[in-house]
Design a protein around this ligand. Sequence first.
Ligand code: UTP
Length: 278
Amino acid sequence: MIRKCLFPVAGYGTRFLPATKSMPKEMLPIVNKPLVQYGVEEAAEAGLNNVTFVTGRGKRAIADHFDTSYELEHQIAGTSKEEYLVDIRHLIDNVNFSYIRQNQMLGLGHAILTGEPLIGDEAFGVVLADDLCIQENEGQEGVLEQMVKLYNQFRCSIVAIEEVPVDEVNKYGVIAGESMGDGLYRVTDMVEKPAVDEAPSNLAIIGRYILTPDIFEKLRTTPPGRNGEVQITDALMQQAKEGCVMAYKFKGRRFDCGSVDGFVEATNYCYENIYKKG
Ligand code: UTP
């Protein structure tokens, strides 16, 4: 059973400055809901009811969001506006939140390693909340839920992948793998932000992972890679060499909300397809 989910949220979100000068990128709203809430809802739907945030300076708004706001709630009690808080109250009542600080921004791999004391020796999910994943039709499972099912079958680390235009591979971790059908690949190679002509494929890793706990040992001994950051892809490649890592072309739609273009696209999509339909 996977019960825990890690949200690395310590990054600076420089692409959204000045909006992110004093506000976490993950609190930017897609219509009326912050990005991070979409991610936590996806984790909770997959049964991952223990959520750990790896935070940094200036991220207190996230902890406040997942807590009761007595004054505000008292103010709107008994009015129709209470309805706006139904979903967030449900999360607060059903999810356990914990926080740990990454005090140096040494990369995503380092952020994940920082979460080790709160994860311990069990497999866990990782969500990068700026990748917003939306089900395209009624009844479709969330991406994490799809991945948890695969984990229960294969018992190894799993990364979510998506085909991206060839000239965009340099923004992602990119895999090569043996196809096993149904959008599943057994990873044989993995490169972080490769040059366009050096990429092993156009299958890009997006911000959803299931990791087995031996990843921590691998991260501890992973030297800083690209940009001087400890890369999760380097540690995953070690796992792939010694055992098995699967890559999964998920069902659903993903928006790169860490970029302004993706953020605007997500906003328009969610306004038309979720907000307006109630
Ligand atoms: P990004 O590089 O996409 O996010 O990191 P960023 O640094 O916040 O954004 P820009 O590029 O400056 O606009 C991917 C994820 O990893 C987390 C970020 O918070 C984001 O969710 N991260 C990255 C950490 O938690 N710690 C780090 O040291 C680096």
